[in-house]
Design a protein around this ligand. Structure first.
Ligand code: NAD
Length: 436
């Protein structure tokens, strides 16, 4: 099948590459001409494990194309995926301007039947809005389908090639046939395809992300309580997770969730609820708890340094919002950096993958180290904000030699308490005993 993907960010590029890998001809459209030029030259604009190989293979096989020309791509395709940004507007609701602008353009340009598939995360009722926007511009037949994306950054290729389920919101038999055909290689291997109405499909995505945000936040509160009563959250987590109604995933406490999805989706669902006179109280609490959780170690750092961070040099391991991605949107590192700088501290950060993106925002307001140990050189303490694998088994002896003080504030519970205790560090993590 010939398919157009509009928006080649994390979702669009991975979806486009996956659909090409499944044998379709895919035309990726983006308004960012630099990005498009780079992709034409075989450069992947984002960091995502295993993407480059599949991307290059499909360019080589002439199944994956890049353009800034929507009309050209549209004319060649039956199915048009929208993988456009839906950032939070000023009031927290999802900004649909990117989607509706492209819907308007499609309405003006299309000359034959198209299936418009919305992959972006959007509030309930957006399929109707897209339908109305296109209808206002054309009399040509078309259908609008909701097909939310569930991939995880850092595992995007794996998730996209092996989805746990495909959710399709669709009320047209004709569009349903197109979607069934596209996902046949998955359904053929037993992946469930769940058809429903558009509104339920749109809400499925928000409900899933919000549920995961609640699960993380619940565990963070349990961790904070563990510290008050002398319990160990690692033990509690293992005990809870062994109940298969709960499961082990998303029970790891830390300095809050970030990224381009959970914070904005929780906000947007709260806002959508309010528009219907409905209060999502559990989500309001989640958002509030997460905001404070992201910087929960700051007061501990201040306490350690007797309330004075002026001139203190803090090594920061990890800038990405989570491991295996270069995405720094709403990363906890940013909240911590902001406050630490305001309090007069200096930051030396290390993140092999996300440094470039942080530099674009923070420039030289912080320093950057070429490797994890150089960051520690003469630093007064170490703060860990991202759970990169390379931090998991560090050389504690070398760390002790480099750091001025053997002090670690660990926002991601990277280390086993006994190991750090034997290495003789002051160690403050989340929901566990502080080693002094
Ligand atoms: P992104 O910001 O990485 O990419 C969006 C792309 O759209 C950019 O390349 C941008 O240049 C392009 N674009 C903007 N306006 C355009 C236009 N008029 N025409 C063509 N291209 C245009 O966004 P993303 O992270 O891929 O997210 C896209 C959507 O998918 C959002 O709704 C998001 O919530 C959802 N989503 C994201 C993830 C994730 O892990 N990132 C997972 C599931 C769902």
């Amino acid at each position: 099948m010939n398919i157009t993907i509009v928006g080649t960010g994390y979702v669009g590029l991975v979806t486009g590459t996956t659909l090409a890998e499944l044998g379709n001809s895919v035309f990726c459209v983006d308004i960012d001409d630099k990005k498009v030029e780079a992709m034409k030259l075989g450069k992947v604009p984002i960091y995502e494990p295993n993407l480059e190989e599949m991307f290059l293979r499909n360019i080589q096989a002439q199944r994956l194309f890049f353009t800034t020309n929507l009309k050209e791509a549209l004319d060649k395709s039956d199915v048009i995926y929208l993988a456009l940004p839906t950032p939070p507007g000023e009031d927290g609701s999802a900004d649909l301007s990117y989607i509706l602008k492209v819907a308007n353009d499609i309405g003006e340009m299309m000359t034959s039947y198209k299936v418009i598939v919305n992959k972006s995360t959007v509030p309930v009722g957006t399929a109707d809005k897209v339908h109305a926007t296109i209808s206002a511009k054309t009399t040509v037949e078309f259908d609008v389908v909701s097909n939310p994306e569930f991939l995880r950054e850092g595992f995007a290729v794996e998730d996209s090639m092996n989805p746990s389920r495909v959710v399709i919101g669709c009320s047209s038999e004709k569009a349903k046939d197109f979607m069934s055909k596209i996902y046949q290689p998955f359904t053929n291997t037993g992946v469930p395809i769940i058809f429903m109405d558009e509104k339920s499909s749109e809400l499925t995505k928000y409900a899933s992300n919000s549920f995961l945000a609640v699960k993380i936040t619940f565990m963070n509160e349990i961790a904070n309580y563990c510290e008050k009563v002398g319990a160990d959250v690692d033990k509690v987590r293992l005990g809870m997770g062994s109940d298969d109604r709960i499961g082990h995933r998303f029970l790891f406490p830390g300095i809050g969730y970030g990224g381009s999805c959970f914070p904005k989706d929780v906000k947007a669902l709260i806002k959508s609820g309010k528009q219907e006179g409905f209060n999502f109280e559990i989500l309001e609490a989640t958002e509030k708890v997460n905001t404070s959780q992201k910087v929960i170690l700051i007061s501990e750092i201040e306490k350690y340094f007797d309330g004075n961070l002026q001139g203190k040099k803090i090594a920061l391991w990890g800038l990405a919002f989570k491991a295996n991605t270069d995405d720094i949107r709403e990363a906890s590192s940013l909240d911590n950096i902001k406050i630490l700088l305001e309090k007069g501290a200096k930051i030396v950060a290390y993140d092999a993958i996300a440094e470039e993106n942080i530099r674009k925002i923070l420039g030289d307001t912080i320093s950057y180290a070429p490797d994890m140990y150089s960051a520690l050189e003469d630093a007064d303490c170490l703060l860990i904000a991202t759970e990169w694998s390379e931090f998991k088994n560090p050389n504690f002896k070398l760390m002790a030699e480099k750091l001025t003080n053997k002090v670690i504030f660990d926002g991601r519970n990277m280390f086993d308490l006994e190991t750090v205790e034997n290495a003789g560090f002051f160690y403050k993590s989340i929901g566990r005993k502080t080693l002094e």
